[in-house]
Write a protein that binds this ligand. Sequence first.
Ligand SMILES: NC(=O)c1ccc[n+]([C@@H]2O[C@H](COP(=O)([O-])OP(=O)(O)OC[C@H]3O[C@@H](n4cnc5c(N)ncnc54)[C@H](OP(=O)(O)O)[C@@H]3O)[C@@H](O)[C@H]2O)c1
Length: 355
Amino acid sequence: MKKVQLILFGIGNVGSTFINQILEAKEIFKQQNLAVEIPVIVNSTTAFFKDEGVDQSWKANFKDFSLPYRLEDIVQFVQSKKWKNVVVIDATASKQLVANYTFLVENGFHIIAANKVANTLAYEEYAYFKEVLKENNTHFLYETNVGAGLPVIETLKSLYNSAEKITKIRGVFSGSLSYIFNTFSEEDKSFSKVLTLAKEKGFTEPDPRTDLSGTDVARKLLILARELQFSYNLEDVKVKSLVPFHLTATTSVTTFQEKITDLDEEFESLKAKLNENEVLRYIGEFDVEQEVLEVKLVSEQKQNPLGALQGADALFEIYTESYGNQPLVIQGAGAGAKVTARGLVSDVVKLAERI
Ligand SMILES: NC(=O)c1ccc[n+]([C@@H]2O[C@H](COP(=O)([O-])OP(=O)(O)OC[C@H]3O[C@@H](n4cnc5c(N)ncnc54)[C@H](OP(=O)(O)O)[C@@H]3O)[C@@H](O)[C@H]2O)c1
């Protein structure tokens, strides 16, 4: 039986769902000759340790018995156990934790991250980290960085590694932006009303400008481009922000919410210019041949996969030489704790096969 010990950083939406999914998967893991335990769970201030791995009572145990910690304490604890296969699961959005990835890798830990920070570091830092991984013969998996549980990175990597020529990647990369434009195009509601609805349904970030600025899409585009071995930085992505200049991040979230109807006129006029069979979509696009990375608002034909998108689905089109004009399409829920946690579990199984 192959044993894998997980050190989980982050027990928020994704992290807590992940623990429950790992506990529920024990029987299926056994069928694969695999035993997965989570002996350490950590939030930003305290850590809970249990040699044989946490069980269903992890929440109460964490509340009652977790202790303030330093990263060095965790490394020391793990090393004292002489475990062979130790994997850090990063279910945080922490820059500070990513700054310690090198330290963790040098201590022999593999890393699986939902956190996008490492893959969007300045190129030199990113390349250095990849080098450290190689030198230490450790693995770094991050399928959930783009499209949550959807197999986007795996598919792209597999095409690239088989020498398939990828010519273009485009799509609606986020569930919130999908919902906003699918609803705005279909229903007779103002843009501000749709934004408010999206926020009420929990699709947008607390500050909707995080979605509307295009930064999140730009990050995902950069991650995909780097999978194809391009050495771009975030500044290389041309982003058409949907936030009007007078409401950019220098104004407070409250002011933005108060003036949210300021967005309506422009979007109404864009909608009025559409032909009957067209809809608006806010997309990420990497034209590999032209080497252009863009986040932009486009009109799409309703009958095309992007135009026909419903609900809060994300959609990725991958154009390659063999697939010709008909792209390979990956579509489904592009966010949410359940699908993201499942993506992390799937990375654990993949990693276990490699070690
Ligand atoms: N939710 C999704 O649909 C989705 C999809 C794809 C990717 N992701 C990514 O998954 C990650 C987690 O998302 P989430 O929605 O679960 O966030 P969340 O609910 O805000 O939880 C974040 C967790 O990280 C902990 N944390 C923060 N800094 C830490 C540090 N330095 N060391 C240890 N723990 C730390 C927090 O602890 P405290 O409570 O002590 O602050 C909290 O437990 C993010 O990077 C997100 O972008 C999420």
